[in-house]
Design a protein around this ligand. Sequence first.
Ligand code: DON
Length: 581
Amino acid sequence: MNYQNSYHLAWQYLIFLPIILSGLWSCDGGSHEVDLGYTAQRTAVFDSAAIVSAHPLASEAGLQIMRQGGNAVDAAIAVQFALAVVYPRAGNIGGGGFMVIRTAEGQTAALDYRERAPAAAHKDMYLDSLGNVIEGLSTRGHLAVGVPGTVAGMWEAFTKFGQLESWEMLLEPAISLAQNGFRISATEAARLNRYHDDFVELNTQPNVFTRKKTWKEGDLLVQPQLAATLRAIQQQGPKGFYQGKVAELIVAEMKRGGGLITLEDLRNYTASWRTPIEGRYKNYRIISMPPPSSGGIVLLQMLQMVAPYPIKEWGFHALPTVHLMVEVERRAYADRAAYLGDPDYYPVPIAQLLDPDYLKAKMSDFDPQRATPSTALQALSTQPLPEHFETTHTSVVDPQGNAASVTTTLNSNYGCKIVVGGAGFFLNNEMDDFSAKPGVPNQFGLVGAEANAIAPGKRMLSSMTPTIVEHDNSLRYVLGAPGGSTIITAVFQVLLNQMEFGMSLDSAVQAPRFHHQFLPDVIMYERNAWDSTFIAQLHAMGHQTKEVDRMAVIKAIARLPNGKLVAAGDHRNPDDDVAGW
Ligand code: DON
């Protein structure tokens, strides 16, 4: 078997990748001379407190709040608002997300501030008169927008778990970054340039993103309209967003482009506390996000299905290990497609899906030598996965030992590409996470059915998997990722890399990954993860494979037995940054 070789090859590639990337970076437009005033740091060990986020200035905002006496939740909130400024492709106030919390005393909580379908939304809203899905309607422009949840979520998290006296302080770093500006990174410049034509096509009101055609690393991005919006939220809390001037600007934006969100939709939005999904993997206790995310259930299903097998003996990326994990992923994602959706609208059979006998039965047709065709599990549809999406995750541990794991998204890069006229922030295109028609894949190639059909006020199913793990009753890992449908399999693999294969946190995060999601019936694997011999062996077992550039971008913290905190960002996003003390 050749997997050892391929692993080493991949490993060399990974070790050199950051060097290659930074080389490319410094060739880009003489960027040596540009002082960004910050540098992203990918891994570090801290004594007391740690933050991993998608941007150094956002990590710094969180750190500042912890230095001022805030706890992990306060810091996570400050990071979210800062990301809305410095990471506009995914950080947001126009989107939504989830937060999983574990206090130092072991209390756990899961906060759902996922977007909701507007009241005027209906099941067939993206279908033409022949019943076919109209391409682009759920991803671009005004009809793609769900009622944003982030501001309500941040307020709810602060009210229940915040430690600082003042909400106002949490917005201060973001406001100052929006008002005074910051220098953009090479990756942000490249993304802004890539989507410039969309911005111009879809926006009718001038904004900082349509005004400039070509961005480069080090350009100053100043966002006065966003600063004013953030100030309204700072002074009035959620009312500053869901009512009054900002709400009116959102509704005016909707009216300009045929969007559905009304003042009433905004006023009615509330974030919801949910019971976290909790379960065991050997000596570990996994705490993750319940529906309307599929993350926690699918993660626990996969962990419980691999648990009986000696994958530690087989080894990392050994053929039997990869085959087993693919088959487990396939089966869990089949359940995702059939049974998961917003529990307020659909009776998601959570207990049954996590029942050990049920999971055992699901693996009864597992053949160690052969791939099980997804059609044998259930016939739906197949489509390739596109590769232009963005979300963002933040992991925080504070000096008291409280932990927050937060994933937030606009869905695609810059969401539906529309900036609310006069209010300066991008709106999500989260409506695409619904199943527009049973069996027809969304932008992540995911299929769904009745459980995830569109209905007024309903929340669309998510793959976001903010997760916290305990070992022997104490905090061990805090992690999560952006990456659409690949988020859950990434969290699964990064955990197994540590819990089974004994990797350090950094190695576990950087190691190459693969992904199977039931449909399309193909294993996606990261470039250079495997050599041609290994891939041929998978083909011989009946698997199909597809090479992709990269998958989910993990941000993780591990608490070592000596109490130190290891924080790791992911080489897959050069802006990933760790901070702490
Ligand atoms: O909630 C979800 O599953 C998706 N809207 C997440 C999108 C995403 O992660 C894109 N990022 N890379």
